[in-house]
Design a protein around this ligand. Structure first.
Ligand code: FE
Ligand code: CA
Length: 525
């Protein structure tokens, strides 16, 4: 059956099956009215998740999807979902419970924003609907800002292309049991290329139904589900949640300009629906506030940046060549070319360096450090989709760190499908300028890079003068980054899976690096 016939068939089955539940909502549901929803199959097929942890709560999430490949699976019916939060994994010591409505306007997703919980401890949560019970998830509340903490285990992921392999890295992440997981973007991909082990449901999403379908297929992945059940996540996004290389309201491909605002709004809406994120990030008129600061006791604060929604258009774009590439033109140095947008810049400036955490982690999607590189013809330039295309915006951030004397700054990134470790300099254009921070970029969960050819090319480039601050680079492997943070040192491990094509991976530490408190820069451990 092709996919459209399959969808029609599934629609018919689901409609017949849910009509029994519709009567329960002929009048507004009252708190004590038991739901009569019944589902053809497990309504919790997409799992559960928690995110945006706070000192007294977190968001818990699920979506009713008995037939996840059908965007209209539950039609226009609203269903009641019961939720419980307990202090124990067996869900006996229940401390919070309630009912929420899964409505078609939100693709039958549920976001419960918990509050009033105790700081710095695990809770377990579960949903029920139509007689079915969800898997149990675990969340962690944050310690109070300033509270003494000796250690934090943190993992970060990016670039999970569903078609380009199994999400094996999450098995290793779950086994390590981090307290906090950060996703740095490309949670979904909108397009297809490269070697494929499984297929997206649509050729390319444009409408909100398309994006919902895309998110549903990703959320069906069992390794991803296990990592979501494990602990609370926090998120930023990059381009592929909408479209490759878009900049604010400028699409990659100029012929789509007229429709792009609607496409982006559809993508943002489906993103909010499917992520365990706070109502703070609810789209309003097609805009989302995603940036935030998380504080972990006296140990760290995480400044999470949105570098897609507000950035200036890509520099050096011509009618002949609008694709991102390594280029150089005066526009790249132009002052006022924003990466964060005015509002987020003001927020960043007023929050940088003011927190009680010893470490300041700047969480952004891509490689932050400057790299001296050339195009395929040997001409020097910068990749115009990265920070190199927004040089004054990067320098503004560096100046802030220097002027405020913010110590113990670590940048984390993703996007480039390679591991990178770098010393971040006060001014990359001045070789004599001091190292003021450290940077670690995790590779992709699955999305492919240039393989051995790309690796050889970077080997050559990183030997060129001006790249001495790049301490490590390897794009041949898939995996993720993780860090053990203590008051004295930040230890990063680059974890590499030996294959994304089999289900029995072996994951090893490719490299380990240390940053000592009070001594900016990457040391080999
Ligand atoms: Fe990516
Ligand atoms: Ca891109």
């Amino acid at each position: 059956m092709d996919i459209s016939r399959r969808l029609l068939f599934r629609r018919a089955v689901a409609a017949a099956a849910v009509s029994a539940g519709a009567a329960a909502f002929a009048r507004p549901p009252r708190a004590q009215t038991p739901t009569r929803s019944r589902f053809v199959s497990d309504p919790f097929s997409l799992g559960v998740a928690s995110g945006d942890p706070a000192v007294d709560g977190a968001v818990i999430w699920t979506r009713l999807a008995p037939d996840p490949l059908d965007p209209d699976g539950l039609g226009s019916d609203t269903h009641e979902v019961r939720w419980r939060v307990a202090r124990d994994a067996n869900m006996r010591d229940v401390v919070r419970s309630g009912r929420a409505l899964a409505a078609p306007e939100r693709a039958h997703t549920i976001h419960v924003e918990l509050s009033g919980l105790e700081p710095d401890r695990p809770y377990w949560y579960r949903f029920e609907a139509g007689g079915a019970q969800s898997p149990t998830g675990r969340l962690f509340t944050l310690p109070e800002p300033g509270r003494r903490k000796e250690a934090l285990k943190l993992a970060w992921a990016s670039c999970q292309h569903y078609e380009q392999g199994w999400f094996n890295a999450y098995q290793d992440m779950v086994a390590w049991d981090p307290r906090l997981i950060l996703h740095l973007g490309d949670y979904i991909y909108e397009s297809s290329w490269g070697v494929q082990t499984r297929r997206h449901p649509t050729a390319e999403p444009f409408s909100v139904d398309d994006y919902r379908l895309q998110h549903a297929v990703y959320k069906l992945d069992r390794d991803l589900q296990a990592a979501h059940r494990l602990t609370s996540w926090a998120f930023i996004w990059d381009d592929h949640e909408v479209e490759n290389d878009y900049a604010a309201l400028v699409p990659e491909n100029p012929v789509e300009t007229a429709q792009f605002a609607a496409r982006r709004a559809a993508a943002y809406r489906a993103y909010f629906e499917h992520m365990p994120i706070s109502r703070r990030s609810l789209p309003v008129d097609g805009r989302v506030r995603l940036h935030q600061k998380l504080t972990y006791g006296d140990l760290a604060q995480f400044m999470m940046l949105d570098t897609r929604q507000h950035r200036a258009p890509r520099a050096c774009v011509t009618e002949q060549d609008w694709h991102s590439s390594v280029v150089d033109c005066p526009e790249m140095n132009a002052p006022g070319r924003t990466m964060l947008g005015g509002e987020q810049e003001r927020w960043f400036n007023s929050n940088l360096g003011g927190g009680p955490g010893r470490w300041t982690a700047i969480i952004q999607p891509t490689l932050f450090s400057d790299v001296f590189q050339t195009d395929f013809d040997g001409k020097p330039g910068d990749y115009n989709d990265g920070w190199g295309g927004y040089r004054t915006a990067r320098q503004t951030i560096l100046n802030r760190i220097s002027q405020r004397k913010v110590g113990d700054v670590v940048f984390l990134g993703g996007d480039v499908h390679a591991f990178w470790a770098a010393d971040v300099k006060a001014d990359f254009a001045k070789p004599e300028s001091p190292v003021i921070a450290s940077e670690f970029v995790g590779t992709s969960i699955t999305a492919g890079a240039g393989g051995d050819g790309g690796y050889a090319r970077w080997r050559r480039m990183l030997q060129m003068a001006g790249n001495e601050h790049i301490r490590f680079q390897d794009g041949r492997v898939r995996g993720y980054g993780r860090a053990e943070i203590t008051p004295q040192r930040w230890t990063t491990e680059f974890r590499a899976v030996d294959s994304v094509w089999t289900r029995t991976p072996v994951t090893t530490t490719l490299r380990r690096f240390v940053v000592e408190s009070g001594r900016p820069g990457v040391q080999t451990a």
